[in-house]
Design a protein around this ligand. Sequence first.
Ligand code: PLP
Length: 406
Amino acid sequence: MGRHDPERALAAARREFGEHGGVCPSVERSTTFTVMAPETMPEIFHGLRGPDKGGYFLYSRHFNPTVDVLARYLAALEGAEAALCTASGMSAISCTLLQLCQQGDHIVSSHTVYGGTHALLAEVLPAMGVSTSFADPVDSESFAAAITPRTRVLFTELLGNPTLQVADIPALAEIARRRGLRLVVDNTFTPMVCSPVQLGADVCVTSLTKFVSGASDLIAGAICASREFVQQLMDLRTGRAMLLGPTLDPRVAFDVIQRLPHLPLRMREHGRRALAMAERLEKIGAPVCYPGLASHPQHQRFGAMANPGYGSGGVLTLDCGTRERADRLLAALQNQTRFGLIAVSLGYYDTLASCSGSTTASEIEPEAQAAIGISPGLVRLSVGYTGTLEDRVCQMEEAVRAAGLA
Ligand code: PLP
């Protein structure tokens, strides 16, 4: 078997037609489903006849035909056995961690994670008796050193938000395997580009809100893992996804299904433009960071993990040093040169820019931000693909010069 190619795997999995032979899958909006004979119902409840066993649907918080189609496509894309769709990226993360950890358990997490994830690990889970130690994503051995007898999970983002530090997934997978732990990887920044499960992760969590949706008009998430883990999440008595209930609406699932065929094209174009932008910024002496640049400290590590042909993702950062200079850059990008929009989030077709320390990483205390390399002037750019590349590079350069960064 050759190396996993997400585009091929997705194309092979996309076999679902509409109810009347439509080229699009049907949207099944029913919350409840009938059976022909009353005896069937208890069999579904006892797990003997669920749709995963070639049987029937029961209730849409459990399984929904349209949401199931999306889950199958995402599992194929990530090279995982199975997947479960959730109502947000955060619920994918929280249900996964709550399924794997009980009161008294411990997590070792990368210190560079999305602010919401950081707050979950540092504030919410400790209140439930689950503690977290934070480790350096660049140094896999710092994860090993933080493991205690109560550790159950190693958690990291493959490409850390917002510093773009690259975690070594095969090395962390090996540590997890040796110590009997589960490795959970957030692949929100790099769908298609990297496939964490194929690199050894037990669970890949993703916010579909970003690149996978691509239009900044819906919130959704997914958990890609073994069939056994997905079944655990959906267990009627103990499944955290089943019982906490972050169910994805089938209409939203349908929207995501319709966007998957062009995800490979979009990721390649995000990557092509982000690289061109990063190269120009580097050339004019601007403080740019992008994993596709040879100057990125983990450039080689990233290249070794990336699926060939999809580029290095659509996110780059510019460290403006101070919040004032960052604000000057943001204002110039949006209001002067019209390069992009001042907004949080990522993966949109237009460029989105925000100052991370005071927005999406603000849940992390300023001293901790400084310690992990989030300067108050760090601007994160999710590079879009509208307009011509030539015009966009000029607009970016003009804004960077106007902000005094080059
Ligand atoms: N993971 C990462 C890396 C993110 O950047 C975000 C949101 O910004 C999330 C998870 C949460 O996703 P959602 O907003 O879909 O809950």
